[in-house]
Design a protein around this ligand. Structure first.
Ligand SMILES: [Fe+2]
Ligand SMILES: [Fe+2]
Length: 138
């Protein structure tokens, strides 16, 4: 997994690694023609993993008293809604390339921007240091 996605919280980093691998698999099947069934399976697996992961993060944010927790939880729901819209009406989403890109951007964008912010509070709580080189934690 790309270093910019590392938060320095082993449990969450391991979950993000799984998610990143599932995103890669999704992109792979999207790139193949006529693999609708595989795309559907890849989306299901990624969705289920995200549901578990988001529940873990939501609980972690509450535990550490993260101030932006309500907004962050809303973003999690927003990511899941993209999948749910597809599962409700798969036929409206026959452009897999567009759907795959939308989901990839949403999921990875969330990690690199919002999880990164949230991780500061979780690390402070756990007494862990930032994994970023040359970036000192207070
Ligand atoms: Fe996350
Ligand atoms: Fe998150």
């Amino acid at each position: 997994m790309d270093e910019r996605y590392l938060l320095g919280i082993p449990e969450i980093d391991a979950q993000h690694e799984d998610i990143s691998n599932l995103v890669d698999s999704l992109r792979e099947v999207v790139a193949r023609e006529g693999q609708g069934q595989l795309v559907h399976q890849a989306l299901k697996r990624l969705y289920q993993t995200l549901v578990t992961h988001f529940a873990f993060e939501d609980a972690a944010m509450k535990m550490v008293g993260y101030a932006d927790s309500p907004q962050h939880e809303k973003m999690h729901k927003g990511v899941l809604k993209v999948f749910e819209a597809y599962f409700e009406h798969p036929t409206d989403h026959s452009d897999y390339e567009r759907l795959g890109k939308l989901i990839t951007d949403k999921v990875l964008g969330h990690v690199s921007e919002h999880d990164l912010k949230m991780a500061e509070s979780v690390r402070d709580y756990l007494g862990k240091r930032s994994p970023r080189k040359g970036k000192q934690q207070r």
